[in-house]
Design a protein around this ligand. Structure first.
Ligand code: ZN
Length: 126
């Protein structure tokens, strides 16, 4: 079982329980003294119980998924949840950080023959 299943069960269960409670309250909220919406009330009880059960299962699944840690047990069942190969950042290929111009902020160019950094925007050596 993956973490997404637990999350989905938690959400669906919470919504179901909420709807069930609303349906149960709609019965007692009738101002006729007697319960005229008895069918809705029973549906509400079932929805509340089912939703509460799903909510509990979802919470348990979420808790076990979190406490599972880096175990390899969940990897065969959730290929979509396994981290994809991260793209390397753009500047990773250049280990030497290019200094920025302290005036305009543009990356400086190294002029080897002058042994200095040159800003093409300012047109000056730094
Ligand atoms: Zn500059």
């Amino acid at each position: 079982m993956s973490k997404e299943v637990g999350l989905a069960l938690t959400i669906v269960g919470a919504i179901g329980a909420l709807i069930g409670v609303i349906l149960m309250l709609s019965c007692t909220a009738s101002f006729f003294g007697t319960c005229v919406q008895h069918a809705y009330s029973s549906v509400g009880v079932l929805a509340a119980l089912g939703g509460g059960a799903m909510l509990l299962v979802g919470i348990v699944l979420l808790a076990t998924a979190k406490s599972g840690g880096p175990g390899p047990s969940i990897s065969p069942f959730s290929p979509a949840f396994s981290p994809a190969y991260p793209a390397p950042p753009q500047g990773a290929a250049n280990p030497v950080a290019t200094p920025l111009c302290n005036v305009c902020g543009q990356p400086l160019a190294w002029i080897a023959q002058n042994n200095r950094w040159y800003c093409s925007r300012c047109g000056q050596y730094r």
